[in-house]
Design a protein around this ligand. Structure first.
Ligand SMILES: [Zn+2]
Length: 233
């Protein structure tokens, strides 16, 4: 029984298992949150805050305008009522009306300015909301694709587990523990291949006799450089 080959097959199963598991992890984080969606949401939120501020400024101007209008109407009524006789008082009243008129012109200018701002902000908010909808739809589409991929991968894991059990049962205990130990020590890769007379994991070249040992299969050959089992077919 070629133990090198057996361990090489076990390694292939385990590597495939690791890849599938890693991909499932990536999918899980991808479907949990999406950067594009988060960014689009933040943009809408900040634009809505800006819109609220503009609306509130607009309402303040509106309120102030109403107050001044009421005051002006009252002052005008007083001026023309005939009740006030004192020239000084009449003069003050006239001056007050002139000042209120100026203020009202200025407030109207401000109100118009705010209205333009408001329209622009409303347009921008609508555009950003549309963008968010689009990004969300895209996210949902990719999410269903990713979930399908995850289901396939989970099936793959099940199949690989079954395959592994059967493969493992054929391997001698001491060889198996050497393999498991190396898997832990060598970042998951215990068995390398002989490729162009070199170790496929670390790339170091092997002598003719070392290559022969790697191919023989009766004994495990360990790469002198990286310490992994090297299997040659
Ligand atoms: Zn090596």
């Amino acid at each position: 029984m070629n133990v090198g080959f057996q361990l090489f097959q076990l390694q292939s199963i385990d590597s495939e298992f690791d890849r599938a598991q890693k991909r499932i992890g990536e999918i899980q984080s991808a479907i949990a949150a999406d950067k594009g969606v988060e960014l689009a949401k933040k943009r809408v939120e900040s634009m809505e805050a800006e819109l609220r501020k503009i609306k509130s400024d607009f309402e303040s101007i509106d309120y102030e305008t109403e107050q001044r209008k009421v005051k002006k109407t009252q002052s005008e009524a007083n001026l023309y009522s005939g009740r006030i006789q004192s020239p000084k008082e009449l003069q003050d009243l006239q001056a007050e009306i002139t000042s209120l008129t100026k203020m009202l012109v200025e407030l109207e200018r401000q109100s118009l300015e705010q209205l333009i701002k408001l329209e622009k902000a409303e347009e921008k908010t609508t555009a950003l909301k549309d963008e968010l909808k689009k990004v969300l739809t895209e996210f949902e589409t990719s999410k269903s694709r990713l979930i399908a991929e995850k289901n396939t991968l989970e099936n793959t894991l099940k199949n690989l587990s079954a395959k592994r059990s059967s493969q493992e049962s054929q391997i001698q205990e001491d060889k198996k523990s050497t393999y498991e130990h190396l898997r832990k020590m060598k970042n998951g890769l215990a068995v390398a291949q002989l490729q162009d007379n070199s170790c496929s994991a670390c790339g170091s070249s092997l002598t003719a006799s070392q290559c022969q040992q790697a191919r023989s299969g009766s004994q495990l050959f360990i790469c002198p450089s990286c310490g992994r089992i090297v299997y040659g077919s």
